[in-house]
Design a protein around this ligand. Structure first.
Ligand SMILES: CC(C)(COP(=O)(O)OP(=O)(O)OC[C@H]1O[C@@H](n2cnc3c(N)ncnc32)[C@H](O)[C@@H]1OP(=O)(O)O)[C@@H](O)C(=O)NCCC(=O)NCCS
Length: 181
């Protein structure tokens, strides 16, 4: 198991831009089955053009001061994505989403990437509260906010249509006052 400081030096968050399109699409394609267990959007990504369109929309939002999304680089290669689904500026709340290619799991990469994103959210965006919503049965995803010291708030019923069924969401949050910088 790598130490936290080793991991931190091997992981970078790079703001998504269109130059990531092909590499990110290839990672998505290679992990289509793996990701579709918990992510609802795989059917919308059929070609690298679809990944490019997604990236263009996140670039547009981020360039007007909205929610940023990042390619997670592990030893220089894209291994996944982490970012804010949305940022509510009035209430200073952000909601984080993430995924990894399967071969990059089990190393602590996403826990470290989310820890970096918390600093972006609380320091750069001055958020008061950051949420992570996970499908109730997605225990590996739930382990990330649990490992980072988030508070479990509640489980909301039938929040998401996942191809063939509705799934409940477990909601976790961290407040700015609880974040150790
Ligand atoms: C959710 C997801 C990113 C979690 O991946 P993960 O590899 O379990 O998470 P991390 O990268 O933080 O790694 C944690 C694992 O590495 C291990 N690990 C090794 N070194 C570590 C370190 N230094 N720090 C923390 N964990 C470490 C942990 O023990 C844990 O493994 P375990 O579950 O076998 O105990 C991944 O399962 C995924 O992409 N799933 C599909 C998409 C998805 O569900 N997205 C979330 C939607 S809400």
């Amino acid at each position: 198991m790598e130490t936290e400081s080793q991991l931190n030096s091997e992981i970078e968050l790079e703001k998504l831009n269109v130059n990531h399109s092909q590499e990110l699409y290839d990672l998505t394609e290679a992990n289509r089955n793996y990701l579709s267990e918990w992510l609802p959007w795989l059917d919308q990504i059929k070609t690298s053009r679809d990944t490019k369109t997604f990236i263009e929309s996140t670039v547009k939002v981020a360039s007007s001061g909205g929610a940023p999304n990042y390619a997670v680089l592990y030893k220089g290669a894209i291994c996944g994505v982490v970012g804010f689904h949305e940022i509510n500026k009035q209430h200073r709340i952000g909601s984080i989403g993430y995924w990894l290619g399967e071969v990059f799991t089990g190393k602590g990469v996403m826990t470290a990437a989310v820890a970096k994103l918390l600093t972006v959210g609380f320091v750069q965006f001055d958020l008061n509260k950051i949420e992570i919503r996970c499908a109730e049965g997605n225990l590996r995803s739930r382990a990330i906010p649990e490992r980072l010291g988030f508070t479990y708030e509640a489980t909301l019923r039938q929040c998401e249509w996942l191809y063939s069924e509705y799934v409940n969401h477990a909601i976790y949050s961290m407040l700015k006052s609880e974040h150790l910088t």
